[in-house]
Design a protein around this ligand. Structure first.
Ligand code: OGA
Ligand code: ZN
Ligand code: ZN
Length: 528
């Protein structure tokens, strides 16, 4: 099946169709001609060129005609459906400190929430209010009539069964809100009571089982709107949604299940809702199957992050005189997914750099006795040993990436490959100017130092002396003055000195991996 011409044209990436800074579309869909057609299609050098019937020209990479549309991360297709036994060797968990300090750990936790519907953070200070910090570590707190956060403990005048010591059957929270909060956090401050254990059930798995066992019941639950209500003295909330929501392709996307707050079903056309109740009861029974229920006991400092449109959570009854105190808050999946995507972007950037070091970096370095990778790793290590700030360590480590792509040899054949600029341009997709400018200027810094610092030129390596000529020789007085006035001049000179020192054969070099956390920190600050 060939794609609709409108689909292809809608994904044209040219600067007339998309704003180059934001990537947002500049045209309106109705502005495309009614009889849009491909007038001519050619392919060469991995680029497909399409000339349209209205004269517009589009270019697409041949191997990937347009940015492949990833599956909706909310759909069951993007999830790992589970039963309790799948976590026999432990649940997705991380220590709060390492979650904060290590982007890889953070990525793993957020990915677990996205794929499995939950993760457990341990060692979150058992201090009131800290649950908000957890939510803010990946997104935004959803304030409600309960406030920014809510306390789950026994209260004298409970407006919700949550605030008693009764058992609570598996449920999702707050289905009476529209939009429903898509994430819930539960942070344990105290759990000295007998009982009060937690249970988790994958609502998508339960829905999937219902679909397999009684497809008509599944279908009925996807199309019967159920009113959910909550009221107290100050609040009256109501939302009407099906228990199981599917997307346009019929795939499970949301589950709402909360017996406590289910209102009175409307009866369309006065029909008796027998069939609905049969399906509802069957679904409820599935959610209670022991093999579906993952049991865990929260201890102080534990914080559960739950997908509240997928996972059902429960607790067992507890002794009313025992001390048990949780704090919870709501947040949303879209911001969690965004945080995860940005972390993944960062990981992809680091992987790409690491690959360059391992691949092209292993090549001989322009007549020196070290490889390009060894040379750059050594420069990074020297900067680090000198106590340089992170952006300069990164600049030293990455200063010669402009040689990659096979242009290094050109330089030795007497043609300036302008590797400072090429490297800076390549790095600009990931780093800000505090990293890219010293890289851009590190060749100029050599020409500058030759002009202003007696003895500097004589100490250059033979290869470096050779390339100096190719690169234009020492600066004249006016050039040197102009260079010194550049805002990035001092940083470029610092990088240059580590560069010059980093050509000794046999010196120990750290692995690239050692620099990943430092680079990750800089990537986080870069404007994307
Ligand atoms: C709730 C709830 C869980 C618990 O308040 O909705 O599910 O462990 N509480 O008390
Ligand atoms: Zn709850
Ligand atoms: Zn160098």
């Amino acid at each position: 099946m060939s794609p609709s011409p409108y689909w292809l044209r809608d994904n044209c990436g040219c600067t007339g169709c998309r704003d180059p800074r934001s990537g947002q579309k500049l045209f309106q869909i109705h502005e495309l001609p009614d009889d849009l057609a491909v007038a001519a299609r050619t392919e060469s050098d991995g680029v497909v060129e399409i000339r349209w019937s209205d004269g517009h020209l589009s270019r697409y990479p041949a191997d990937r005609p347009i940015a492949a549309a990833d599956p909706d991360p909310r759909s069951e297709d993007a999830k790992r459906l589970w039963e309790a036994a799948d976590f026999a060797r432990g649940v997705p968990a991380a220590d709060w400190r390492s979650y904060l300090d290590d982007p890889q750990e953070r990525e793993a936790v957020l990915a677990a929430v996205q794929r499995s519907g939950f993760a457990l953070l341990r060692g979150v200070p058992a201090v009131p209010g800290h649950v908000l910090e957890v939510a803010r570590s990946f997104g935004y707190v959803r304030e409600t009539n309960y406030g920014e956060l809510f306390d789950v403990r026994v209260e004298p005048d409970p407006t919700n069964l949550a605030f008693t010591s009764a058992a609570i059957a598996p449920h999702t929270d707050n289905p009476y809100r529209d939009p429903v909060p898509t994430l819930q956090l539960l942070h344990c401050l105290e759990n000295g009571a007998t009982g009060g254990d937690s249970g988790l059930v994958d609502g998508f798995r339960a829905a999937d089982l219902l679909r397999a066992e009684v497809p008509e019941d599944f279908a009925l639950l996807t199309r019967t709107p159920v009113p959910f209500v909550f009221r107290d003295r100050r609040t009256e909330l109501r939302a009407e949604r099906p228990l199981i929501e599917v997307d346009g392709f019929g795939r499970i996307r949301e589950v709402r299940f909360n017996n406590r707050s289910t209102g009175t079903l409307r009866l369309p056309g006065g029909a008796a809702p027998d069939a609905f109740y049969a399906a509802y009861r069957r679904f409820a029974a599935i959610t209670l199957r022991p093999e579906l229920r993952l049991e865990l006991r929260l201890t102080p400092g534990d914080c559960l992050v739950l997908d509240n449109v997928r996972l059902l959570h429960a607790r067992t009854a507890f002794a009313a005189d025992g001390r048990r105190h949780l704090q919870g808050c709501y947040a949303d999946l879209d911001s969690l997914s965004s945080a995860l995507a940005v972390l993944r972007r960062r990981t992809a950037a680091l992987d790409a750099l690491e690959e360059m070091f391992a691949g092209e970096g292993a090549a001989e370095y322009l007549g020196e006795d070290v490889t390009v990778a060894e040379h750059m790793l050594r420069a990074g290590a020297l900067a680090e040993a000198a106590g340089a700030p992170a952006h300069l360590v990164a600049a030293a480590l990455l200063h010669d990436v402009g040689h990659f792509g096979g242009t290094g040899a050109e330089l030795m054949r007497g043609r300036d490959n302008r590797h400072g600029r090429a490297g800076a341009d390549r790095l600009a997709q990931w780093f800000g100017p505090e990293v890219t400018e010293p890289v851009r200027l590190h060749v100029a810094a050599k020409r500058y130092l030759c002009a202003v610092e007696p003895g500097y030129r004589a100490a250059l390596s033979a290869a470096s002396e050779y390339t100096l000529g190719v690169q234009g020789g020492p600066m004249d007085e006016a050039e040197a003055a102009a260079f010194a006035a550049l805002p990035g001049a001092a940083d470029a000179v610092a990088v240059r000195r580590w560069d010059d020192l980093a050509k000794t054969a046999g010196a120990a070099v750290p692995p690239f991996a050692r620099f990943r956390p430092l680079l990750a920190g800089l990537l986080a600050q870069a404007p994307a």
